[in-house]
Design a protein around this ligand. Structure first.
Ligand code: SF4
Length: 492
């Protein structure tokens, strides 16, 4: 079969994945975000400039065209950097992200958008070494280029600091026999006409979650061990391998209380659990005025603004519901930055205008909001004291659900607001994110803001309206959850 470097890596993870891709493509679920992220094109394009001038081999559907172009560049240049340099050895194809030629010797650089070297990247680069050396090229060095998470942009982007280069030449050399064997095994495997019966295992999650997992587990009785929230994959497969995977079997195992509770509630269709003492202990830590805060942020692999590292969270919007006192008259404020600018300063200024010092602020899963505020405080010393005051007074609305003081079967073992909200308010259309237009989740909000600058004025206005509605619902949902806690403890 014709292998590329990505197909080789897929086959290295699981041959059946490659077989299903070819023979049952309609069964493929969602691609793992991490897999897409690791191969991000934006970073690849920037990394091409890492060693100065370069000759780019244009992408063509016809691979032999790319291979011919590469050959020509190699023949015509004694010393050069070639990007997307393409080769084929015996139906094993690869495009090298950056190939450095110095007379008769070559260096391979594989670029990744991640901030660390993963084992699968070493397989990827070693496969390229195999293709090139099999064709007779003398490769002296193989390296992985990845983003440096410690880099903080100040002024012009420094490519030398933004990227980290890790030499893996020795590892690549050691893997050559194994690579040859794996290629042969993949080719033999792919000749099967009947669907292979390979079982699931840890390889389904490592290095990436397999998009065929639903398909490969379609005959397992539901719910099963893979529906247990919070359990590590290695433990799930340990039970699966023992043949203990239905809830009926798992309930007899020595599992932690939270897992057993999820199973028990599911199997026995139990009523809601409400531990008033735990909920009251949490509510006693709160005071009026009471604010409900939620940020929307976006991330850039390549930081565009000062003070940001690769993948740093950049807040662009917040919603704030609040009660000034125990009369509980609900009020609302919000902020959404203009498109195409660094939104942080105007957001920070607005935040300190909207939240007074020393008031209690609730967030759901507060570590996110706290990290965002801390980073703003670091970047804007004149606002630091007020921002840190807000930071220090944040409490987490998640606590009663995390502690399982309040638990229902429909939470399915989760304390995420995505599960808690519909479990508490199953029939309230005003709390249903599906009823929103255009923006229904944080990912959509992030993408919408990142690309808003490219839209017409009218389109921007409509999008802004929908972003505000979405973020507003986030804090309104928190208010409703808070009110529910008051209600079940007879505090209102
Ligand atoms: S779910 Fe597991 S066994 Fe099935 S194709 Fe994916 S990795 Fe292979």
């Amino acid at each position: 079969m014709n292998l590329s470097k990505s197909k080789y890596c897929e086959g290295f993870q699981c041959k059946k994945m490659l077989w299903l891709e070819k023979n049952r493509p309609e069964e493929k679920g969602e691609e793992s975000n991490q897999a897409v992220l690791d191969n991000g094109t934006e970073v690849g394009i920037l990394a091409k400039q890492l060693f100065g001038d370069y000759i780019d081999i244009d992408f063509q559907d016809n691979l032999s065209g790319m291979i011919q172009d590469t050959k020509k560049v190699i023949e015509e240049n004694e010393v050069c950097n070639i990007t997307e340099a393409s080769f084929d050895y015996n139906h094993n194809f690869c495009s090298v992200d950056i190939l450095r030629k110095n007379h008769s010797s070559y260096e391979i650089y594989e670029v990744k958008s991640s901030t660390e070297v993963k084992d699968i990247y070493i397989e990827d680069a070693s496969y390229q070494y195999y293709v090139l050396t099999s064709l007779g090229y003398k490769v002296d060095k193989v390296s992985i280029v990845h983003l440096n998470s410690h880099y903080v942009r100040q002024g012009d982007l420094s490519l030398k600091e933004l990227f980290t280069i890790v030499d893996i030449t020795d590892l690549a050399k050691k893997k050559q026999k194994e690579i040859k064997k794996t290629i042969q095994e993949i080719n033999d495997y792919m000749e099967q006409t009947e669907e292979p019966k390979d079982d699931i295992g840890m390889h389904c999650t490592k290095p990436y979650d397999c998009p065929f997992f639903e398909y490969c587990t379609k005959n397992l009785e539901k719910p099963n061990v893979f529906d247990i929230r919070g359990m590590r994959s290695s433990s799930k497969f340990k039970y699966y391998d023992k043949g203990v995977y239905t809830f009926k079997d798992l309930i007899k195992e020595d599992l932690n209380d939270k897992y057993l509770e999820q199973i028990d509630f599911e199997m026995n269709e139990k009523e809601d659990k409400i531990e008033e003492k735990g909920i009251n202990d949490f509510l006693d830590t709160l005071s009026y005025p009471l604010y409900f805060l939620d940020f929307e942020t976006f991330q850039q692999a390549i930081p565009m603004y000062d003070g940001i590292s690769p993948y740093g969270q950049i807040p662009f919007q917040y919603s704030l519901h609040y009660y000034e006192n125990d009369k509980m008259e609900l009020k609302h404020k919000e902020f959404l930055a203009e498109a195409g600018i660094d939104p942080r300063r105007s957001l920070a200024e607005s935040l300190v205008r909207d939240i007074p010092k020393d008031v209690c602020t609730l967030a759901y899963n507060m570590s996110f909001e706290k990290t965002v505020i801390k980073s703003l405080a670091k970047n804007y010393p004149d606002l630091r004291e007020h921002l840190l005051n807000i930071h220090d007074h944040i409490k987490d609305l998640m606590i009663p659900f995390y502690n399982r003081n309040y638990y229902t079967r429909n939470m399915q073992g989760s304390y995420s607001i995505k599960y808690v909200l519909p479990a508490l308010f199953p029939n309230d259309p005003s709390l249903n994110y599906h009823n929103l237009e255009e923006i229904h989740n944080g990912g959509e909000a992030m993408n919408a803001y990142a690309t808003m600058g490219e839209l017409t004025k009218e389109e921007q206005e409509s999008l802004r309206k929908n972003l505000l509605k979405y973020c507003g619902l986030d804090t309104y949902a928190m208010v409703k959850i808070y009110e529910k806690l008051l209600e079940v403890t007879n505090r209102r």
